[in-house]
Ligand binder design. Structure first.
Ligand SMILES: [Ca+2]
Ligand SMILES: [Ca+2]
Length: 256
């Protein structure tokens, strides 16, 4: 009988080892590292701003299609999550303060964890109320394979009315000597006209309180014949604060 006990013992040990191995996998009690959301850094055209629309943190994002509101771009540093190595997915949450005490926590989306894709555009799908004139706050909750989670810190940005571009029409072609007036709808904000090259590098910008500006009034901007530029209008309530909006972008082509 001794050999039977020996075999049973071996079986038990093997099973126990197998179980403890499974147990170790399921027993991950280490939650994901704390993520830092990227606050609004600055906007193209701000003095000394080296950030671009791609990497300046939470910001309004022009969605195109003549939407009267911007999407919200949120970003975070996912280096700690990459180091964790066991992140499964990320939940995105938003809210705004409608009164001092009332918050409206809203689950936006669950996205799979993909290293280096730490940007999300909230399109406010299904949100029926006005998106502008609200300060939107965002946090994310990364989950690991075992279901542990850690809430990030929170970043905020206030969306304001989008400048609706009027003239010139998209993809128009003009002589550098033409009298061109750039105009848009809206009032009450500081507006900034921005010219980018077709690689989206900022060439020139100028602020105005009006809702139009003539090419001849933009003193230091000299369009080059044969060159196309992307232009748009950003709006600011207070330039230093995380609040604003961005118009759609249009192309303007210049000839001699
Ligand atoms: Ca873990
Ligand atoms: Ca911006």
């Amino acid at each position: 009988m001794k050999w039977l006990y020996a075999i049973l013992l071996v079986i038990i040990v093997v099973i126990a080892y197998g179980c403890s191995y499974d147990k170790a996998e399921n027993d991950d009690i280490i939650p994901p590292s704390k993520v830092t959301m990227t606050p609004h850094k600055c906007d193209p055209g701000d003095p000394g701003c080296a950030y671009t629309d791609r990497n300046n943190g939470i910001d309004a994002y022009p969605a195109g299609g003549n939407l009267t509101y911007n999407w919200m771009k949120i970003q975070w540093n996912d280096t700690p999550l990459q180091k964790d190595g066991d992140i499964h997915h990320i939940e995105v949450w938003r809210y705004y303060l409608s009164t001092a005490t009332d918050t409206n926590f809203y689950f936006v989306v669950e996205i799979p964890f993909t290293p280096d894709s730490s940007t999300y555009y909230d399109k406010f799908i299904g949100y029926e109320e006005p998106v502008i004139q609200k300060t939107w706050s965002y946090f994310i909750i990364p989950f690991d394979e075992a279901g542990n989670f850690t809430k990030s810190d929170t970043v905020s940005y206030r969306l304001i009315e989008v400048p609706g571009l009027q003239a010139p029409a998209d993809n128009g072609t003009f002589s550098v000597n033409d009298s061109i007036e750039f105009s848009w709808s809206g009032s009450g904000y500081t507006y900034r006209i921005l010219f980018f090259d077709t690689g989206h590098n900022l060439i020139y910008s100028e602020n105005t309180d009006d809702s139009s500006i003539k090419l001849s009034e933009i003193e230091d901007f000299t369009p080059i014949p044969g060159i196309s530029y992307i232009w748009r209008i950003d709006a600011f309530l207070t330039e230093e604060n995380a609040e604003g909006s961005e118009s759609d972008e249009r192309i303007i082509n210049f000839t001699q």
